[in-house]
Design a protein around this ligand. Structure first.
Ligand SMILES: [Zn+2]
Length: 102
């Protein structure tokens, strides 16, 4: 997120610092740190809107006819979850790509 005033990168709302500073809550050094940030929901503010939009479009296009016909199966549910999960992960990776320390 960028400041509407000067365009500088703002820290996530859960961080106490300002400006372009980074801490362990909003940046990572090792890949395992990045996985933890996703698991702890630090990327949720960026990734959730993307997942909702992309996941809904993917599900509507690919599964809409099946669901509308009342032919949903357990597999349809799994596919729906994946349709939301994939864009969430992709958006999280995009968010974290600019937040690597060192
Ligand atoms: Zn921070």
């Amino acid at each position: 997120m960028r400041s509407p005033v000067d365009g500088h990168l703002l820290p996530p709302a859960h961080c106490g610092h300002t400006g372009n500073q980074q801490c362990t809550r909003c940046s990572w050094a090792r890949p395992s740190d990045a996985v933890m940030l996703v698991a702890l929901g630090r990327t949720a503010r960026k990734a959730t809107p993307v997942a909702v939009i992309v996941g809904t479009i993917l599900s509507a296009v690919n599964l809409g006819p099946t669901i509308a016909a009342g032919e949903s199966t357990y597999g349809t549910s799994i596919t729906t979850v994946i349709n939301y999960l994939v864009p969430y992960i992709v958006a999280s990776i995009g968010y974290l790509s600019g937040r690597r320390r060192g």
